[in-house]
Design a binder for this molecule. Sequence first.
Ligand code: AMP
Length: 479
Amino acid sequence: MASAATPGSLSFLPTTSSRTTSRNRYTPSLSTAFLRTPLRRLGFSSVAIDPLLSLHVAAKTRSIQGKGVKGVVSMVKKSVGDLTASDLKGKKVFVRADLNVPLDDNQNITDDTRIRAAIPTIKHLISNGAKVILSSHLGRPKGVTPKFSLTPLVPRISELLGIKVEKADDCIGPDVEKLVAALPEGGVLLLENVRFYKEEEKNDPEFAQKLASLADLYVNDAFGTAHRAHASTEGVTKFLKPSVAGFLLQKELDYLVGAVSNPKRPFAAIVGGSKVSSKIGVIESLLAKCDILLLGGGMIFTFYKAQGLSVGSSLVEEDKIELATSLLEKAKALGVSLLLPTDVVVADKFAPDANTQIVPASAIPDGWMGLDIGPDSIKTFNAALDTTKTVIWNGPMGVFEFEKFAAGTEAVANKLAELSGKGVTTIIGGGDSVAAVEKVGVAELMSHISTGGGASLELLEGKQLPGVLALDEAVPVPV
Ligand code: AMP
């Protein structure tokens, strides 16, 4: 039988012994030993203009050597930063990027973030004399669909690289081969949308071989599609050696895997969003790593119900009540401080103009639904966050799309911005939390903002991404 304790009492403060046990299970492995050095602040929006980014991975490896650690660093993917002019000069490099930018009805780019994010890798390659064959998907075309052509991207890519980028009307075939043959060292050829071929998403080996036959080596910088085994993200690696990670992909791994597996402690995870069911994997995986877990969003009502509370007409997943109970027990067993909101903003309907009131979590009136966390919860969450050195956030605290229910989410965004300024590592783990920090105007202040929705969720769930798995291992560095 679930306990009838108020959610406010759900602060399972860790005991020394339980913490020690959990800590022991997460002794840093040699593969993540490099993260003992402070992480550089590489806010996503600064990636494109960070002149040092191209040295990021190589520098990281060197920094281990400097520390005099004994052992071998393995399981780190080989990076484009490991490739020097002697590896690259005159070589044809197939670069899979995520250039899936939004376009308006007149084919104007409305947000060029993804293009800017791909630039450091391309610049590193062309400045070392490589010939870049650039590939991406755009939208969800069914066969050749002119409105999903990559042609409108050419002027912006050219402008950012400072060279004239050539464009092919296809991504395989004799015409493309001719353009590749004519590419000068330091030149860039943009291939047409790789998803114009259904074989791309089917990871068809023949199609992958055709793509690969254009190049000598492969760089994957498309984090947003790394969780998909497609021909241009996974299939091509069977035919191209080396196959390495681009700088953007590497940075996502550094933060979403590295910093999360071996965090500066105390480490807090904030998980929100609509449903428990879509975040089970993330909660379970983070529970095993974090010291503090803050929960918000629609999922909290399933947890309240698990404790015998009335939740009015709030969102509840009846079939996940047992799971919520077991997650609460798991947190306790692991010595994780799990905080549920103590008060909520309730509404009489799901609408921007709903009537609202703030009530304790234990007193949600019948017929009212909880759509945001309340001011007491914000205070408690802020106090908990003040104790941390690393924070990861995935999912909004309320229905932040409606102004009346945005305060909780915006408070978290502002708190993380403040903590970033104090040297706390702040990681925004994709999806709606990214939209929230952008809305509040604090995106630039975060240590890392993930560029991938599905891919970051899968990484946070502890899954291996096929597009990453397929890449070559970094050469073990004796240190
Ligand atoms: P997710 O994609 O699972 O991260 O969920 C994000 C969505 O959760 C956003 O569109 C929010 O509007 C929604 N959400 C957050 N809090 C609530 C809530 N209390 N009730 C219903 N939906 C919510």
